[in-house]
Write a protein that binds this ligand. Structure first.
Ligand SMILES: [Fe+2]
Length: 531
């Protein structure tokens, strides 16, 4: 709760900035219930609100562009029991300032938190200045959220000197604390990219460092409470409050290794699609996403693009919703005929076309794919002495034609400086992308950096096997499987630098962080070099 005099100050500033707020809101999205001018409808009569922290899940921002971004919060005074709000709409006020103390408010407004969307709010801001920091806060009556910080992207024709960002994935709550996020929040970053496994859908496991709140989640209420459990973590909240986050999902936001409408376990298609609809809705409700991502039933438009001026273009992919089923077996498989059937795809035709047009039309120095599963080939069979190549069919290796079409396109159109950012596998990797991984003379057309998990485990028994497979996969330059953390990138027009940041332990909420290894890609040259 804010002191009374502070609230009075806010009111005066709101009055003084009413014209800019109205201008901003006139430009805001015209969706019913999305956002509306402060006071335009005389204010909603407030029902009595539950006690407890309305903003227990913190604040977040994301989907930045040069003139705006999305602010997020969700009212949840009883976060692990359905949220705790009465099933009525509630007005939430927001304000955006150019200083951490919110003295210079440049926009303010009111948005309706609706019970059918879990009392989550997404405020799309427009008409901001490119390439600058802003601070924001939500309030309901005299109850206010913490202050969050966020940042717009540089203008489209600007070539910024530098971009610093972090890559995160795989934050199994049961596997450990978000020690990595405690350190990430202290980094000097412009944004964070999260490539999925933001939650895990599983039930309570034996030996959990901190147990899940329920059995395996399947319904909207269960997914909501699971997101709430994860988002209650203070380290995760600190990262969201410090940087805008660009998010995409992997499989565990719904069901392990699901593919489009095919679940991990046998169950009727309609049953799984109802579950997918619940999972997608809960994902939208808890992420700082634009309204174009708002799901309709079991469908959600998540692949989208972001330009950091002309320095980097981020193509954010969804490799789960449109993929054909993993066909050749699990967890390791030969490349069976179905894997190379023409209809086999990891991204679907529409997304593949969209990606190619975004690569071809790019003016960026660096062309980034932010996506889930490892793209470079990884044959484990030869190292195991299996007498044949064996691949993880859940990765791009299970969809070689999809990969071939994209890498051939990059080579043929001479798309410069392709950098693929990956999560999913709970271990650190670096390598080079080639149209023909089996041919040492095949050109390098891109680089791939795979981040380890924030907390999820990688089997220690697999570590020597993976390390031993590197000589049989010469395009893979780095592997490390024992450490949790994140990737930190420092990007300039001349160089892409990657630092593998690893925490000492995830058995404690905080610990030291160190750089395990660093690599660089020189613009125009391709190839990953150790620093
Ligand atoms: Fe994961």
């Amino acid at each position: 709760m804010l002191p009374r005099d502070t609230r009075a100050g806010l009111s005066r500033r709101r009055f003084l900035t009413a014209s800019s707020a109205l201008a901003a809101l006139a430009a805001a999205e015209g969706l019913p219930g999305w956002t509306r001018p402060a006071g335009a409808f005389g204010g909603r009569r407030s029902p009595p609100l539950p006690s407890g922290d309305l903003f227990s899940l913190g604040v977040a921002s994301g989907d930045p562009f040069d003139r705006g971004l999305v602010l997020w919060t969700r009212l949840a005074p009883e976060p692990l029991a359905g949220g705790g709000m009465d099933p009525v709409p509630v007005d939430v006020e927001w304000e955006l300032a150019t200083d951490p103390g919110l003295q210079n408010v440049v926009q303010a407004g009111r948005v309706v938190a609706r019970p059918e969307w879990g009392h989550a709010v997404h405020v799309k801001l427009w008409n901001l200045e490119p390439n600058r920091w802003y601070w924001y806060r939500f309030s309901v009556g005299d109850r206010a959220s913490r202050v969050g910080r966020t940042r717009t992207m540089p203008a489209g024709d600007d070539l910024p000197a530098r971009l610093r960002f972090a890559l995160a994935s795989c934050q199994n709550y049961q596997a450990g604390f978000y020690t990595a996020y405690a350190n990430m929040a202290q980094e000097d970053l412009d944004l964070v990219v999260h490539v999925g496994d933001y939650i895990y859908e599983s039930g309570i496991s034996d030996g959990a460092v901190r147990p899940h709140n329920s059995g395996q989640v399947r319904t909207l209420d269960e997914y909501r409470d699971r997101y709430a459990l994860y988002k209650l973590d203070p380290n995760l909240q600190d990262v969201h409050a410090a940087f805008p986050m660009i998010v995409t999902w992997d499989d565990h936001e719904v069901d392990n290794n699901y593919a489009s409408d095919v679940p991990e376990d046998d169950q009727p298609r309609e049953v799984f699609l109802a579950r997918r609809a619940a999972a997608y809705q809960a994902y939208f409700e808890h992420m700082p996403l634009v309204s174009s991502a708002r799901p309709t039933g079991p469908d959600m438009q998540l692949f989208r693009r972001f330009d950091y001026g002309r320095l980097a273009r981020f193509n954010v992919l969804d490799t789960r919703q449109f993929r054909t089923d993993q066909v050749c077996g699990d967890p390791l498989a030969t490349r069976c005929p179905d894997a190379v059937a023409p209809e086999t795809t990891l991204v679907g035709q529409a997304q593949e076309d969209w990606l190619k047009s975004g690569l071809k039309g790019s003016q960026a120095v660096w062309n980034v794919l932010a996506q889930q599963v490892m793209m470079m080939e990884w044959d484990l069979g030869t190292a195991l002495g299996a007498g044949e190549a064996l691949y993880n069919p859940d990765q791009w290796d299970g969809y070689p034609n999809s990969r071939q079409r994209i890498l051939d396109f990059v080579a043929a159109k001479e798309i410069p400086n392709l950098v693929v950012l990956t999560g999913d596998i709970h271990s650190s990797w670096a390598g080079e992308l080639k149209p023909d991984f089996g041919d040492p003379a095949s050109p390098v057309v891109g680089s791939e950096f795979v981040t380890t998990s924030i907390s999820s485990s990688f089997s220690p028994q697999l570590v020597p096997l993976a390390a031993g497979s590197l000589p049989f996969n010469p395009h893979i330059r780095f592997f490390e499987g024992l450490r949790r953390g994140y990737l930190r990138f420092d990007v300039t027009p001349g160089e892409w630098r990657a630092d593998y940041r690893a925490v000492a332990t995830v058995l404690e909420p905080t610990s030291a962080v160190e750089t395990l290894a660093s690599f660089r890609v020189e613009s125009g040259r391709g190839g990953v070099e150790a620093v």
